[in-house]
Write a protein that binds this ligand. Structure first.
Ligand code: CP
Ligand code: NVA
Length: 313
C-alpha cells in the first residue's frame, strides 16, 4: 500500500472524509463509555512543532497514547536542524524510526518537503496555507450539530487565512455553501481551488467584502484571529483594518435563529469576537469543537496508517 499524507483537505476524497467521520463517531462513543482500542499499538508518532500549540499538540499526544501508540515530542531547537541538517535528510532519517510524522511548520514548503522525502505518512498540524486537522474535525462537529451538510450556509468573517483555506476546501467537498467576508487584499489563496471542487458537490463558494451580507441566513458563523502566527509584524496594520469584521451581537442578529458559532481557538476576545458571542452557550459550540479534535485526529491517524479494513472489523 502506498503511504498517504494529509497536507491539504484536498488530499482526502468525500469517501475518505465520510469514513473518518464514522470512525470518529465510533471512537468518541467508545471513549465516553470508558473503552479504548489498541489500534496504534507499538506505533511511534513524531510530533514536530515549529510553532506554539495547545489543542493540536495535546490532543494528538493523548489520542496516540489512548490508542496504544507513543508520541515523541520533537522540539526543533533540540534537533540537528538548528545546526543546518536539512528537512529532506530529517524526513529520511525519521522514516526509519517512526510510523507517522505530525508537523506544524513555519513555511508550507517544509511540510511538502517532509511528505516528499519520507516513507511514512505526514500530517499537517498547521502551515501558513492550511490547517486540515482542524477542519476535518470541524466538519465532524458540524455534522453532529446539524445532522447534514447539504444546504447549510457557513459565513467566515475576517482574514482569509490557513483555517479559512482548509474550510473552503472542506465545505466544497461536503456541499456546505460558504461565504467569506474579508477586507480587500486579505482574500483566501485557495478560493479558486475550492470553487473547482464545489462543482461536484453543488456548494456555492463566494468571497465578498461585507460581513452582514455573509452572515445573512447563515447556519454557521466561523471566525479566527486577525493575526495568525508568523504575522506578528503586521499586527498594527491589521488591528486598524479588521475591526469591522468583529463577530458581535449586532452582526450575529443577521444569521438564522438557530445558528452555531465556531472558532478554532485560541480566541482574542474583544478583537475578532466579543465575550457575549463566544460565551453564549445557546449558539457557541467552541468547547465541543475543541474536544472533537481528539476524536477526529485519532480517526485520521488510524485511517492513514491502517485504512479501510478497520472500519469493517
Ligand atoms: N486550533 C488550534 O490548532 O489550536 P492550537 O494552536 O492550540 O493547537
Ligand atoms: N490562523 C491561526 C490558527 C491558530 C490555530 C494561526 O495560524 O495562527
Amino acid at each position: 500500500m502506498n503511504k498517504r499524507d494529509l497536507i491539504s483537505v484536498g488530499d482526502f476524497s468525500r469517501d475518505d472524509i465520510n469514513n473518518i467521520f464514522k470512525l470518529s463517531k465510533k471512537l468518541k462513543k467508545e471513549r465516553k463509555g470508558g473503552r479504548t482500542s489498541n489500534l496504534l499499538k507499538g506505533k511511534a508518532i513524531a510530533l514536530l512543532f515549529e510553532k506554539p500549540s495547545t489543542r493540536t499538540k495535546i490532543s494528538f499526544a493523548v489520542g496516540i497514547s489512548e490508542l496504544g501508540g507513543y508520541p515523541l515530542f520533537l522540539e526543533p531547537e533540540t534537533l540537528q536542524l538548528i545546526r543546518g541538517e536539512s528537512i529532506e535528510d530529517l524526513a529520511k532519517v525519521l522514516s526509519g524510526y517512526v510510523h507517522t510524522i505530525v508537523a506544524r511548520v513555519k513555511k508550507h514548503e517544509t511540510i511538502v518537503s517532509l511528505a516528499k522525502n519520507s516513507t511514512v505518512p505526514i500530517i499537517n498540524a498547521l502551515s501558513p496555507l492550511e490547517h486540515p486537522c482542524q477542519v476535518i474535525s470541524d466538519l465532524f462537529t458540524i455534522l453532529e450539530n446539524k445532522g447534514r451538510f447539504k444546504g447549510l450556509n457557513l459565513a467566515w468573517i475576517g482574514d482569509g487565512n490557513n483555517v479559512c483555506n482548509s474550510l473552503l476546501l472542506g465545505c466544497a467537498l461536503t456541499g456546505v455553501n460558504m461565504k467569506v467576508a474579508c477586507p480587500k487584499g486579505y482574500e483566501p489563496a485557495l478560493a479558486d481551488k475550492a470553487k473547482q471542487l464545489a462543482e461536484n458537490s453543488g456548494a456555492t463558494i463566494q468571497i465578498i467584502v461585507e460581513p452582514k451580507e455573509a452572515v445573512k441566513n447563515a447556519d454557521i458563523i466561523y471566525c479566527d484571529t486577525w493575526i495568525s502566527m508568523g504575522m506578528e509584524n503586521e499586527a498594527k496594520e491589521r488591528l486598524k483594518i479588521f475591526p469591522p469584521y468583529q463577530v458581535n451581537k449586532e452582526l450575529a442578529a443577521h444569521a438564522k435563529q438557530d445558528y452555531i458559532f465556531m472558532h478554532c481557538l485560541p480566541a482574542h476576545r474583544g478583537q475578532e469576537v466579543t465575550d457575549e458571542i463566544i460565551d453564549d452557550t445557546k449558539h457557541s459550540i467552541i468547547w465541543h469543537q475543541a474536544e472533537n479534535r481528539l476524536h477526529a485526529q485519532k480517526a485520521i491517524l488510524i485511517w492513514l496508517l491502517s485504512g479501510r479494513e478497520l472500519l469493517t472489523s
